[in-house]
Design a protein around this ligand. Structure first.
Ligand code: NAD
Length: 348
């Protein structure tokens, strides 16, 4: 197979991460970088990479097959369009753009210039997500009626461009695109409504957290929540089906499934609470449930890059499709509008 040469635009935290990850991918080589900060250019040289003196330097280098954009969010669009017009294939970091209109412009350019444009939705390879998706796909809990996906931290928004609206900061754009992408890959149904609320605990310019509720055609609901002032984390995933529940507590996939045994429970012993008795909320007797391990999935995020070069070699279909990413950006647009109006909005 041909070797593909790649250059990274924006060699900060994520640019560096790409360089490290790509070292484990055959037939793909990071040749060089361009970053507006001279320290990052120097750092690239220390790592044995070429430091191009401009974006144009990369775009006019015939050796480069793929431009990978890992700059702050607000400049993704302009760099992507320039690179596509220069005849380069483009991998772009998430959030691909600040809204769906910008993404449509990029997709039109990619189509016009017949080049590959793909968004780095790497959390499709998260093992916690794939484990929950397996439980969902295999109906291990019967019909699912609610899925909750949460990401909690306690440090506010990192103190750089992520705090600025003009740079596309805020948690809905940052983490929202990941957990939305996962949710709609799991619940593959038409979305009926979107409701979003933001928090501004540590920041007044952009959201430092959000709660987003989606309702689907079948009546299922999904709750997506990101918090950055959470000193106690709620579980990463919580799923409820008619016959059982599943939980994933953390990134290490601690969790379990609890399912009901076939027979109806009889002789329920009520639980006594301070103000009275309740049978409804009494704990299950152990002989009426199964407690099971999670069907843990294993994944390699480098398959993202392998897919890109296999697509360029005509061997595979693209995994992260632009129509899927566009749908995510449409949901994000609707979520911003829902939060602004404090209203549940229909999703069209
Ligand atoms: P960062 O601030 O660490 O790095 C951004 C770099 O881009 C900086 O070094 C900056 O000097 C450079 N830069 C800014 N404007 C530029 C321009 N016009 N041309 C060239 N270089 C420019 O930020 P980061 O955390 O690396 O995030 C970069 C992108 O990666 C963002 O879009 C972010 O959302 C995304 N990201 C994705 C993941 C993921 O898991 N997929 C994780 C972290 C960040």
């Amino acid at each position: 197979m041909k070797n593909y040469n790649l250059a990274i635009v924006g060699f900060g935290g994520m640019g560096n991460e790409h360089n490290e990850k790509i070292k484990g991918v055959k037939n793909l080589t990071v040749v060089g970088v361009y970053d507006i900060k001279s320290q990052r250019q120097e750092y690239a040289k220390q790592k044995g990479l070429k430091a191009y003196d401009s974006l144009d330097g990369i775009l006019s280098d015939p050796k480069i097959d793929i431009v990978l954009i890992a700059t702050p969010n607000d400049v993704h669009k302009d760099i992507a369009i320039k690179a596509l017009k220069a005849g380069k294939n483009v991998i772009c970091e998430k959030p691909v753009t600040l809204n769906s209109i910008e993404l449509k412009e990029i997709i039109a350019t990619a189509n016009q210039y017949k080049k590959l444009f793909v968004v780095h939705q790497n959390r499709r390879w998260d093992e916690d997500f794939l484990t929950m998706k397996k439980i969902y796909d295999e109906h291990l809990l019967g019909d699912i009626f609610t899925v909750e996906s949460r990401v909690h931290g306690s440090r506010g928004i990192p103190g750089d461009w992520r705090q600025k609206k003009e740079c596309g900061g805020g948690m809905l754009l940052d983490w929202g695109v990941h957990i939305l992408d996962q949710m709609v890959l799991m619940i593959q149904e038409k979305i009926k409504t979107v409701y979003c609320q933001f928090t501004y605990v540590t920041n007044s310019e952009v959201d430092d957290g959000f709660k987003l509720i989606l309702t689907f055609e079948s009546g299922k609901t999904a709750l997506l929540e990101v918090g950055t002032s959470n000193f106690i984390n709620l579980p990463r995933w919580y799923m409820l089906g008619e016959n059982g529940s599943a939980i994933i507590e953390d990134w290490d996939l601690n969790g379990k499934i609890v399912r009901v045994k076939g027979e109806t429970e009889t002789n329920i012993v009520p639980v006594r609470t301070a103000a009275g008795l309740t049978k409804t909320m009494a704990p299950r007797r152990e002989d009426t449930i199964f407690e099971e391990e999670l069907p843990k999935q294993i994944a390699d995020v480098r398959d993202f890059y392998r897919n890109v070069i296999n697509v360029l070699s005509g061997k595979e279909e693209i995994i992260v499709r632009n129509d899927q990413v566009l749908r995510i950006m449409n949901i994000i647009d609707t979520a911003f509008e829902s939060a602004r109006l404090n209203q549940v909005l229909e999703f069209k």
